[in-house]
Design a protein around this ligand. Structure first.
Ligand code: MRU
Length: 324
């Protein structure tokens, strides 16, 4: 049984505060859509599919107080890159029963994760070493996860030798969240510094690099956590398959390429501080995008719940038919 980090219970949203993990497990009890929006904006809830689910429930709460339009516009301003947020808002806004639609979105994501795990594991021929970045498991989705879902499924099928987690500076989602989740499930892994990825590939046999996604353009260009592009370039150099794992709710069929993906810029404090302690000199200038865009030509496969896609990618029709 996987975690349930965003659960709607008797009119309230029960949310695992990911900012406190792994040292503390704090559950937030949210009773208004404004609190839910704040949880998304402040990254208590994070990961593209989970952000979509939380936003869907926030809108269902807003519907009860007659504030659905206001809430939808406010939720759109919380995080700009993960397209799941916008798809979930559209769906719930247009649904006759917003709460039923929110439940449907969550259930579809859980099922999508299972399928992604199976399709992704089918790409492995033997017990494998898989490198991954950021948080893509049950803390980033409502199910087993996307890239981490492939790793978990591979483990169950005896197709995993070891997972290698990039620590994922600056917010350390790999070190804190993926590592916590794999520890809970006794899945073998090691953590490396982001800058050690090339050295690891040079020194070891690596079978797959798998990453999640926050938005995939119709041509396959993919926005994901900062550092993913570097990992894709290094994978290409070492001829290691580089796989993007994401539900079709992460495909933005309306944009032809990654150039149109809005990239969230985040506070300098994420770079100059570690655990709320300043470690850089004063007046250091910082560039801190939360995501980067990996061009489709570096992506060997895109694994969705509808199957495994290979280049050249033409994902334009996929989302449009999935969108209700
Ligand atoms: O900024 P975050 O923590 O919300 O970023 C999360 C990621 O980039 C994930 O890798 C991505 O959303 C894929 S979620 C399965």
């Amino acid at each position: 049984m996987h975690l349930d980090p965003v659960a709607y219970v008797e009119g309230r949203l029960r949310v695992l505060d990911q900012r406190a993990l792994p040292n503390q497990q704090i559950w937030l009890d949210l009773s208004t859509w404004q609190q839910a929006a704040e949880a998304i904006e402040t990254m208590a809830v994070r990961g593209a599919p989970l952000i979509g689910v939380a936003a869907a429930y926030a809108l269902a709460m807003a519907h009860k107080t007659g504030e659905i339009n206001e809430a939808a516009r406010a939720l759109e301003r919380t995080r700009p890159t993960a397209v799941n947020l916008f798809h979930a808002i559209r769906r719930v806004e247009n649904a006759p029963d917003p709460l039923a639609e929110a439940h449907a979105i969550k259930n579809e994501e859980i099922a999508a994760n299972q399928a992604i795990g199976n399709f992704g594991a089918s790409l492995l021929a033997k017990p494998s070493t898989i490198i991954t970045i950021c948080s893509t498991g049950s803390l980033a989705t409502p199910g087993i996860g996307t890239a981490l879902g492939i790793i978990k499924t591979a483990f169950q099928k005896n197709l995993l030798k070891e997972a290698i987690l990039l620590e994922t500076r600056p917010r350390l989602q790999g070190l804190k969240l993926n590592a916590w989740e794999l520890s809970q499930e006794n899945i073998p892994f090691r953590v490396i510094a982001d800058g050690a990825a090339a050295a690891f590939m040079s020194a070891h046999s690596v079978d797959m690099v798998a990453a999640g996604a926050d938005r995939i353009a119709a041509n396959g260009d993919t926005a994901n956590k900062i550092g993913t592009l570097m990992l894709a370039i290094v994978s290409d150099t070492f001829k290691i398959p580089f796989v993007i794992a994401a539900p079709t709710s992460t495909i933005d069929s309306k944009i032809p390429s990654g150039e149109q993906i809005p990239i969230e810029q985040r506070a300098a404090s994420e770079i100059v501080e570690i655990a709320q302690t300043r470690i850089a000199p004063e007046n250091v200038r910082v560039w801190n995008p939360a995501f980067d865009v990996t061009p489709a030509r570096l992506i060997s496969h895109i694994v969705t719940e509808r199957g495994v896609f290979a280049p050249p990618y033409d994902l334009g029709a996929i989302r449009s038919s999935a969108e209700k």
